[in-house]
Ligand binder design. Structure first.
Ligand code: AFP
Length: 342
């Protein structure tokens, strides 16, 4: 006889439905956005997996064996997401790292009450060398009145996100998302094509184990940034030394630190005085996740989720990860907390 247990396999779909039931007022639209994103992620995972092979079979602007023109993978990922999301009637606009302005919902599709911002394939320069890459997404509610989404809908501070997440295409494909009720991770089981709950309620350790920073920029950092890094390396104020791990693929570095404890930093430097990473579709979604997991994210002084955006592709310095390591950065960089309180 089959034993019925509450702990049997939980697919992402079932999990989303169960979360939605906690909100009797929910219309199911946000759940729909999340399913569609999970589907897009599976399609991108499939392309990423065959990327090495695609290289053998033909590269950009050549034809593959089916006679289709090969596209760069990040352009392809962008198209997959736009096409998976534009017709569901749940979104009123989108924005992508790959496109300069608002992506409008075509006239023949219904417009909904959410806005999606995303980086379709972050770290794509790593694909050629078989290093994990990722998709990052953020969902906010429309605040303007018209049918279509406007720039004002896109330029909302991160604390207004209603959902955010990322997908890591690594040795396995994982999707981690939050709707403000904890951060949960799902691993793709390729044999059945389903994301299964593998990391419920992720908690990031309060102290870090890893330091992820590109220290080849050290000569371009400000003295206070150098001092923060000296703390992390155990060279100042007897802070214990963290282990350096830097993939150069934000999602991969963030994911490792989220599970194992650590800090990812991309400080401002004289070459990129506002940092490199994008506020709306890189820093904000990861900041929402890390806070839900008990960690923190700042731009140096301010909480990332409180930064008021003024441009779609705005960059920001970023310090994100374990709570105590982020607090240390805030203190040394001139925040109000004293070192003694860290
Ligand atoms: P690419 O998409 O060009 O590979 O950039 C990746 C990225 O945006 C982010 O994923 C990394 O954390 C960061 O840039 C690495 O930047 P540096 O090469 O300057 O360290």
């Amino acid at each position: 006889m089959v034993k019925h247990t509450a702990t049997s396999v939980v697919t992402i779909e079932r999990f989303i439905i169960e979360e939605e039931r906690l909100h009797p007022e929910a219309t199911g639209e946000l759940s729909g956005v999340l399913y569609d994103l999970a589907l897009a992620a599976k399609m991108i995972a499939n392309k990423v997996r065959s990327a090495g092979l695609a290289d053998i079979l033909g590269s950009a602007d050549t034809q593959n064996i089916q006679g289709e023109v090969q596209q760069k993978l990040d352009v392809m990922a962008n198209e997959i997401i736009v096409k998976a999301m534009d017709h569901g009637g749940r979104l009123c606009a989108m924005a992508s790292e790959e496109e300069p302005g608002i992506i409008q919902i075509p006239e023949h599709f219904k417009c909904g009450k959410y806005v999606l911002l995303f980086d379709p394939l972050d770290g794509s320069s790593n694909i050629d060398v078989n290093v994990p890459v990722g998709t990052i997404f953020s969902v906010v509610r429309k605040i303007t009145r018209g049918r279509h989404g406007e720039m004002e809908d896109l330029l909302q501070p991160g604390r207004r996100q209603v959902a955010a997440g990322y997908v890591i295409y690594g040795s396995s494909t994982m999707m981690v998302y939050t709707t403000g009720q904890g951060a949960h991770g799902f691993t793709l089981d390729p044999s059945i094509g389903e994301f299964l709950l593998s990391h419920p309620n992720i908690r990031i350790p309060e102290d870090g184990r890893y330091l992820s920073v590109n220290d080849s920029y050290e000569a371009m950092w400000d003295d206070r940034v150098r001092s923060v890094m000296r703390h992390y390396r155990g060279l100042e104020n007897s802070h214990r030394a963290l282990s350096t791990r830097y993939v150069g693929s934000l999602v991969a570095d963030f994911h490792r630190n989220l599970l194992g404890g650590g800090i990812f930093a991309y400080p401002a430097n004289t070459k990129t005085p506002r940092g490199k990473l994008r506020l709306l579709y890189e820093a904000n979604p990861l900041a929402f996740i890390v806070e839900q997991a008990g960690g923190a994210a700042i731009d140096g002084a301010q909480r990332i989720l409180d930064v008021l955006p003024s441009e779609l592709h705005q960059r920001t310095p970023l310090y994100i990860g374990s709570k105590n390591e982020v607090a240390l950065a805030r203190t040394v960089l001139g925040g109000e907390r004293t070192l003694a309180a860290v």
